[in-house]
Design a binder for this molecule. Structure first.
Ligand code: AFP
Length: 369
């Protein structure tokens, strides 16, 4: 082998061993390769297992449960990435329980989550935006102690135009004494009772953000290795941001307090003039608010006097994440996590954001019209 061959081989090995940026290959002389780790890889499963070490009695079943969510969301993401190529965009021709047109991807995402989560013995009840009633998982295991509530594809009316969409989920523990048939008791719990919650955004990359009540962590899906890899450790929402996010087309139907608040943001009363951003896909709008600060609002409107967002599977998981990251989430009157739900598909107004914007929001609400 001459030195050109060596150098070609060396470069090839270097490329192979650079394993998507996680490892570094170094040559010593012309023959030896020394591999050193540049960045430790932490997958979401490793992270959950490490976190469980805090609880000496943890059996690992919770990480197995969460792996049902990660598997399902990888399957959803692969369909989302092929939207436009396969016959998966467009409406299914049905409406769901909310009276909303079901997209084909809504139906697929729902089926995938139901399938993957039904395999987990620790789950007794599943409730989805797409199903009228909560479902008892067929295995009916006596070991079942969690309910998972989810919106399989939030923002799906945007999918045909390549706008980011997401999945939200909330995990609740079976209340003491509840039987398997008391499905409403399993899911009609205030958000403060969530044991874990999170979401996935299928955006320019796919990111899973979750919390088990011990901070908020983000994992980006590395398509080359098919794993969610820790990319945003211990996310903290900035104290103040520069964007507000609301559908301003409805502003003439907002109450005076909301309009006063928005005017204060626009006029610079909080020390800066805000710009606006609104995607119309709540998970994506919230994800920006989580990372950059600011405020997202879906107030009561003429069409949705109780707000549009669903308490159990949209507002509650988002509130849990927001509070864990140092943010605040309100329905305009109280903390969202304190609302006692009366029905599975209950809606709520939701205002979520950084400490500075939320303090001003609460001040405007108290001031009245
Ligand atoms: P779809 O899932 O039907 O697209 O609804 C998305 C959503 O529930 C939420 O993600 C958005 O923030 C909100 O609706 C947008 O609603 P408006 O179009 O009324 O602003």
């Amino acid at each position: 082998m001459n030195s050109d061959d060596h150098s070609r081989e060396d470069n090839l090995a270097r490329r192979l061993l650079t394993l998507n940026g996680y490892m570094e290959a170094r040559s010593i002389g012309t023959e030896l390769l020394c591999i050193s780790r540049t960045k430790p890889i932490t997958t979401v499963q490793q992270h959950i297992l490490q976190d469980q070490k805090r609880f000496p009695t943890a059996s690992g079943e919770f990480s197995w449960l969460l792996s049902g969510i990660t598997l399902a969301t990888k399957m959803i993401e692969s369909k989302v990435r092929r939207a436009g190529l396969s016959d998966i965009v467009g409406s299914q021709g049905n409406t769901n329980v909310q009276g909303e047109v079901q997209q084909k991807l809504d139906v697929y995402a729902n089926e995938v989550l139901l399938h993957c989560l039904s395999m987990r013995e620790s789950i007794g009840v599943l409730a989805s935006e797409e199903n009228e009633h909560p479902l008892i998982v067929p295995h009916q295991s006596p070991n079942a102690k969690y309910a998972v509530v989810f919106d399989p594809l939030d923002g799906s009316s945007n999918i045909d135009v390549n706008v980011s969409v997401g999945t939200t989920f909330s995990i609740l523990r079976k209340p003491d004494g509840a039987g398997l048939n008391d499905v409403k008791k399993w899911v009609l719990q205030p958000g403060s009772k969530q044991v874990a919650a999170g979401y996935v955004v299928y955006g320019s990359s796919t990111i899973l953000v979750y919390s088990v009540g011990n901070g908020v962590h983000g994992f980006t899906l590395d398509p080359a290795i098919g794993a969610y890899v820790l990319s945003h450790e211990n996310i903290r929402m900035p104290n103040q941001g520069k964007y507000y996010s609301v559908n301003e087309a409805y502003r003439d139907t907002f109450s005076q307090q909301y309009n006063n608040y928005l005017e204060r943001l626009r006029s610079g009363a909080l020390g800066r003039r805000y710009a606006s951003r609104y995607i119309g896909s709540m998970v994506s709008d919230f994800h920006r608010t989580l990372l950059k600060g600011g405020v997202f609002l879906y107030p009561p409107t003429a069409d949705h006097p109780s707000g549009k967002l669903r308490l159990l599977y949209e507002a509650n998981p988002i509130s849990f994440i927001a509070e864990q990251a140092g943010g605040v989430c309100s329905d305009g009157k109280q903390r969202v996590l304190d609302i006692h739900p009366q029905s599975i598909h209950q809606r709520t107004p939701m205002i979520v954001g950084s400490a500075v914007e939320m303090a001003e929001f609460e001040r405007c609400m108290q001031e009245g019209s």
